[in-house]
Design a binder for this molecule. Structure first.
Ligand SMILES: Cc1cc2nc3c(=O)[nH]c(=O)nc-3n(C[C@H](O)[C@H](O)[C@H](O)COP(=O)(O)OP(=O)(O)OC[C@H]3O[C@@H](n4cnc5c(N)ncnc54)[C@H](O)[C@@H]3O)c2cc1C
Length: 403
């Protein structure tokens, strides 16, 4: 007889763990499978990613009990965002909010608190150091074969629903036969932390330079996250530069607006490949997180969209249970698929279009860049709409009876 779980999730990243916690809090039982050892999931290494979060994501993290677990020095506030084009130092476009446009938290801290919270939920079973070998979905159930890589043994697991959250290069997505459209930008993003002499005043900057794009994101204290995007070969050279000349280069590109800057810790490089799955569901299966939509980080929306997907799928499953329906049925999953496609598709294609435009240096593209920024700056409804999207507070709502 197969061991059983209601929902099997592959991937204990921030999306898979948020999903497991939301399901457990709504009264479902979930099993989460991940390749990494327990110690690496419990204390994830610093990976250079600083995750900008919308108000709605923060609300969801609060409902899941994750926000409360972050340390005060792990939370930065973004009060204002300024966008500049080419070699200009002054902003062509800016966004402000009275309290905060958004918040910023290290990815490894989000992973740590997600693991802690999931490990405390009786409804969540964690299977670290485990590899998904085989998925067989039938109209009535899902059968998985899992390899325990520590014991070199194989175990079966049966569930009513299977969720893939195993990154943008998801092997589970492939095993489910779901095609995905990928775009390789031919560029690499370098991320690191830097200390600076002058206060950042909680202002984020996106500087679309002609050689490199530079983003400066304010973290807690006199520290910022530096995000440099360049073609692969130029990025490889930037990774090789010793700390001091690297800091000088960033300082100069930023017009010394933060005074002297010094590199803190390691630089991390991420090749820019974006992914959009053609479908978010298959027989008794759903994709969430980057496995569904792997965004370009320029609009800082990957994890925010991942949390929206967690909320949409949780609502679809709770509604199904309340109506006495099978949580793995095509009708239930289609509701999630439609909702998540509505949330993700415009954001995905819009972000890719912006990233392509700002990666091109031809004269028409330069002109288009300036016109778009100036146009947006002088179109208050557009600025208001973008600000409202960042600061809107509708987060995950769980059925109160189940909590
Ligand atoms: C430089 C950078 C900056 C970013 N900034 C932002 C931002 O400001 N705001 C924002 O919202 N988003 C941002 N993102 C995006 C965000 O980091 C991702 O959307 C998010 O981490 C995706 O989480 P996930 O759980 O879907 O996938 P992942 O974090 O990739 O986790 C996948 C998990 O699956 C496991 N796994 C993989 N394969 C298997 C397998 N075969 N079997 C078992 N387990 C497996 C892995 O071990 C891992 O634990 C940024 C991304 C980058 C690269």
């Amino acid at each position: 007889m197969f061991p059983e779980t209601e929902v099997a999730i592959v991937g204990a990243g921030p999306a898979g763990l948020a999903m497991a916690i939301a399901l457990a809090d709504a009264g479902f039982a979930a099993t989460v499978i991940d390749l990494q050892p327990r110690a690496a999931l419990a204390a994830p290494p610093e990976d250079g990613r600083e995750i900008a979060l919308t108000h709605s994501s923060v609300e969801t993290l609060r409902v899941l009990g994750l926000w409360q677990r972050l340390r005060a020095d792990e939370i930065g506030r973004i009060r204002e965002a300024r966008v500049s084009d080419g070699d200009r130092l002054h902003a062509s476009l800016d966004f402000k909010a009275r309290e905060a446009l958004g918040w910023i938290v290290p990815n490894h801290a989000l992973r740590r608190v997600s693991f802690e919270a999931a490990a405390e939920r009786p409804g969540v079973r964690l299977l670290p150091q485990s590899r998904l070998l085989r998925i067989a979905t039938t109209p009535t159930q899902v059968e998985l074969e899992i390899e325990d890589t520590a014991q070199a043994s194989r175990e079966p697991l049966r569930s009513r629903l299977f969720i893939a959250a195993d990154s943008r290069f998801s092997t589970a997505r492939r095993q489910l036969g779901i095609a995905a459209d990928m775009h390789d930008f031919g560029r690499t993003m370098i991320v690191c932390r830097m200390r600076h002499a002058l206060a950042h005043q909680e202002v984020a900057h996106e500087c679309f330079g002609y050689q490199r794009t530079l983003a400066i994101l304010p973290l807690a204290g006199d520290v910022c996250s530096v995000v440099l995007t360049a073609e692969h070969a130029a990025a490889a050279q930037l990774m090789e530069l010793p700390g001091e000349p690297f800091a000088e280069l960033v300082e100069a590109q930023f017009g010394r607006r933060l005074g002297r800057m010094a590199l803190l810790g390691e630089r991390h490089a991420y090749p820019l490949v974006t992914v959009l799955a053609r479908r978010f569901t298959a027989l008794r299966s759903a994709l969430i997180g980057d496995a569904a939509v792997g965004m370009h980080p320029v609009t800082a929306h990957g994890y925010n969209l991942g949390l929206q997907g967690v909320a949409s799928l949780t609502h679809a499953l709770c509604d199904a249970r309340a109506a006495g329906r099978d949580i793995g049925s095509a009708q239930v999953l289609a509701a999630y698929g439609r909702q998540h496609r509505r949330d993700a598709a415009v954001m995905y294609h819009g972000t890719n279009a912006v990233a392509k435009l700002y990666a091109s240096n031809g004269a028409p593209q330069r002109l288009a860049r300036q016109l778009i920024l100036r146009g947006a700056q002088h179109l208050p409804p557009l600025k208001l709409a973008i600000t409202a999207r960042l600061t809107g507070r509708a987060g995950l709502r769980l059925p109160t009876a189940a909590r």
